[in-house]
Design a protein around this ligand. Structure first.
Ligand code: XMP
Length: 556
């Protein structure tokens, strides 16, 4: 059981894929927009496993491991009623870990349908304890808290869960309570030094494991999960990007009918995949709107136009609003004010473009599964505001459209696979996140066309060298920042007085935390050398070695 572990602060991270549109969507939802994909839309033959969430910090990781095993799964709260689960036709259930003890007054319990429906169940950590407790076993506080690595020894050689594995394997534990007596009909299947019953199971496919198979510290964890999914639940692993695409196309056609759809393109992967999939399904009925706010990277607008307009022949409204955005940003130095202006202008332009299209029936958005999970978790809303990633204040409220969110149940890596399956260029599919307010929040101080030119030049060099060194995909983000500091330098025999460029490169899983990347000195040297030589008005380059926290990824 995971006790006393701080829950990660899950602040929703917006990127250019969803930034400004999301504010607009809040309004659309309030005004009667509906969630287009309910679970009822799932095809009946899709192999599905349900993960019951007891509040573990690892529930999402369990889901990712299951999906990586090509089995579709959904994370549902522990009090979900059967009526909501039934349309999924689950082949099995996984009970997550969680921070509670079964003896706490309000301890979450497994919903009764899990046992009544007689399907296979894998209880992990707290999930095992809840199962033992509810089915008549005995859970007690362990003599000592077990946290970290342990060696698991099997009692028998024939448990399906351990098929293909050696008799003893390293596992990762994190629990205080443990099983003293398994419920009637259950046998102890494995033990560790501190947990005499570390695994238990019965003949009906109900299994409890005290360790965490989903974390990397349990090296054979994925094999164990796959034994549960394939051998015990009988899944074949049919959840593939190709299947998702064909099912998705069917579903979009059914939902949209003869209707018209609009979609904002940002150049990011989520909106690109959303638009491409919908275009595959309904062709001309989709119109995309691409607003060039003048704050994009070098060649970015051309790339978007090339991919979608010239290659894919998608209906694309291109709005070059550079002057308008830069006009509104003139003299503005406050980062939050920059965000507010960019967000607000975007909505105005988007809405204006949309009205040119006549009647529109749906608004497409690249919402992903982590957003869906997070929006259900009440504790995720309680974090302090560090930056406004999207803005609701002062937006026009006239439009109300139902949402079309075909990626709503996908993780980012699945979205990328779908993008590749749809034939999107790798460059677009693996693009690093880019913030909605674009280069405006990478120029410290006021934003001018001259500064944008300088930053674009420096950014181009960073990208070029990072890609040449084959580091692009390993980094969460890598970019240049134009500081408002100037320094004295010497070039030839002359004094220079130029800007300082900062380089930022970070590794991260989800942008909630990030570490500065240990870029090789040679790469840093090439970047620095090229920037001071190729970019006018810059004579110094610094490397930002701050992690997040206490820094943030962007400088503003
Ligand atoms: P920070 O700077 O908060 O960034 O550590 C976390 C992630 O969010 C991106 N970011 C933004 N995305 N609008 C966006 O669409 C914004 O205003 C914004 N600010 C930061 C940032 O690039 C990083 O991926």
């Amino acid at each position: 059981m995971v006790r006393n572990v701080n829950k990660p602060t899950s602040r929703r991270v917006a990127t250019s894929d969803d930034l400004e549109v999301s504010a607009y969507l809040e309004i659309a939802k309030e005004k009667g927009g509906q969630e287009p994909y309910s679970q009822q839309d799932l095809p009946g033959d899709r192999e599905t496993v349900v993960i019951i969430d007891f509040g573990s910090q690892y529930s999402r990781l369990i889901a990712r491991r299951v999906r990586e095993s090509r089995v579709y799964c959904e994370i549902l709260p522990y009090d979900v009623p059967w009526e909501q689960v039934a349309p999924l036709k689950p082949r099995g259930v996984i009970l997550s870990g969680g921070p509670s003890s079964v003896y706490e007054p309000d301890a979450p319990l497994t919903p009764p349908w899990v046992f009544e429906k007689r399907m296979p169940v894998l209880g992990i950590c707290y999930g095992m304890q809840a199962m033992a407790h509810q089915l008549g076993g005995k859970v007690v506080p362990g003599t000592k808290r077990e946290y970290g690595h342990a060696v698991l020894h099997q009692n028998t050689a024939d448990a399906s869960l351990f098929r293909g594995l050696p008799p003893s394997i390293p596992v990762w534990m994190s629990h205080g309570d443990q099983i003293a007596e398994p419920p009637p009909g259950f046998k102890p299947l494995a033990y560790t030094d501190n947990s005499p019953i570390a695994v238990m199971g019965n003949d009906r496919g109900l299994i409890g494991i005290q360790f965490h198979p989903e974390v990397a510290h349990t090296p054979q964890g994925k094999a164990i999960l796959q034994n549960f999914l394939y051998d015990i639940c009988g899944c074949k692993g049919t959840w593939t990007a190709g299947n998702f695409v064909s099912e998705g196309i069917e579903r979009i056609r059914k939902q949209v009918g003869e209707g018209k759809v609009i979609c904002a393109l940002s150049g990011g992967v989520d909106s690109a995949v959303t638009a491409t999939l919908i275009h595959r399904a309904i062709g001309e009925q989709l119109t995309c709107i691409f607003v060039n706010n003048g704050l994009l990277r070098r060649e970015e607008p051309e790339r978007v136009l090339n991919t979608f307009q010239r290659n894919m022949k998608l209906n694309l409204s291109y709005v070059d609003a550079t002057e308008r955005f830069l006009g509104r940003l003139k003299g503005v130095t406050d980062p939050e004010e920059k965000r507010r202006i960019v967000g607000e202008e975007f909505i105005r332009l988007f809405e204006r473009e949309a009205t040119h299209l006549g009647k529109v029936d749906f608004l497409a958005q690249g919402t992903l599964y982590p957003d869906v999970i997070e929006s259900r978790a009440p504790e995720s809303k309680a974090s302090a505001k560090i930056k406004t990633h999207h803005n609701v204040g002062g937006l026009p409220k006239q439009m109300q459209l139902p949402l079309l969110e075909p990626l709503r149940y996908l993780f980012k890596d699945e979205v990328r696979e779908v993008g590749l399956t749809l034939g999107l260029p790798e460059e677009m599919v693996y693009r690093q996140p880019f913030p909605g307010p674009g280069l405006a929040i990478r120029i410290i101080g006021d934003v001018t066309p001259e500064k944008l030119e300088i930053l674009r030049g420096a950014d181009w060099v960073v990208m070029d060298e990072i890609k040449a060194a084959n580091l692009y995909r390993q980094l969460w983000q890598s970019f240049a920042v134009l500081t408002d500091t100037r320094a004295v330098g010497v070039m030839g025999d002359f004094r220079t007085y130029g800007y300082v460029i900062a380089i930022r490169a970070v590794t991260s899983e989800d942008a909630m935390t990030a570490d500065w990347a240990r870029l090789p000195y040679e790469v840093l040297a090439r970047i620095s050398n090229r920037i001071v030589n190729e970019v006018p008005n810059v004579n110094r380059v610094a490397y930002d070695i701050t992690s997040k926290p206490p820094g943030t990824i962007e400088w503003e």
